[in-house]
Design a protein around this ligand. Structure first.
Ligand code: SF4
Length: 67
């Protein structure tokens, strides 16, 4: 996104299955590659929906905490 991605706004590079279209490509922002998955963010439940919900809650908390 030319002016950066505002907090809470869906990235234009996400496809319909919520995968990054830029993953593995040099155009992917360094900031994105620096955010590594962790148990704290993603949990350990193998359920995709549970994992996604947990990650969304964690990212929302991060965005508020760093506003
Ligand atoms: S990793 Fe970065 S570029 Fe890719 S979808 Fe997420 S915010 Fe957008």
């Amino acid at each position: 996104m030319p002016n950066g991605k505002p907090a809470g706004v869906r990235c234009v590079e996400l496809d319909e299955t919520n995968r990054c279209r830029l993953f593995g490509r040099p155009e992917r922002p360094a900031f994105c590659a620096g955010l590594q998955p962790s148990v704290e963010m993603c949990g350990t439940d193998p359920s995709v929906e549970t994992t996604r919900a947990r990650a969304m809650a964690y990212l929302t908390w991060l965005e508020r905490a760093t506003r």
